[in-house]
Design a protein around this ligand. Sequence first.
Ligand code: AMP
Length: 282
Amino acid sequence: MQIITSPAELQKICLQWRCEGVKVGLVPTMGYFHEGHKNLMKIAREKSDKLIVSLFVNPTQFGANEDLDAYPSDHEGDANDARALGADILFIPKKGSMYAEDHATWVEVPQLAKGLCSVTRPTHFRGVSTVVTKLLILTLPEYAVFGEKDWQQLAIIRRLTRDLNLPTTIINGPLIREEDGLAMSSRNAYLTQEERAQAKHLNAGIQAGAEAFKQGERDVEKLKAVIRSYWKEHLPLGKEDYLEFIDPDSIEPVTTITDKARCAVAVYVGKARLLDNWPFYL
Ligand code: AMP
């Protein structure tokens, strides 16, 4: 596995591969790998001739008071994991190499980058969309794999790839969880022992809602009440950012579930902001 730090060098190799008909699979990440990341790499590895993993804590997707400087990092461990999973290239762009000082071009998908995470992180998806577009142009992959843990992000990336005619097929990787149901996340490292013990109730609350849905409840306000009352009892350290039921493709809010909806949540527990989502499909 080659570790590449220069975007120009990465692009040169990938252009050559594209010309030769070598199929590249790309997995963009911010590092500090867990099984969720590793599973995306396995999916990309299986489908592609060459696997590229990128590791870049993208500053433009962090707000002013967010955890950019504190974001967990373990480049050596990550390199070992990527190598073990058969990556051909680990791209870790050197500081300053992804954005010129007078960078002025942004990719935005406002129709999908509203509500949910955009409410408390208004510039987040502009940063994500821009960096993902740059990575897709640098590597011109046949496939790029993104996790269902970030449902709104996935919808945005699918849309921008289609709208900009990027020559890549976007693939969903399933949301990978800890045994007690907590969605794996690099940010789970921020949780204290007490917070971690309560964090399992984030998904358990959604399951309480899913049970009510199974019993026939279709009214979203009533489903939300079930989930919130579970959290109130079992997750007192949690502070809700949002709890929404959305159309899985358009991300528009749903009030009654007539076909399928995705329950999407973000809850602050201590220093971590935990995301989760779950299908409520008839
Ligand atoms: P991150 O490093 O957190 O920016 O995530 C990089 C990629 O891994 C994104 O496509 C995420 O959606 C995906 N990812 C993160 N956590 C999980 C998880 N628990 N299950 C599946 N995919 C995940």
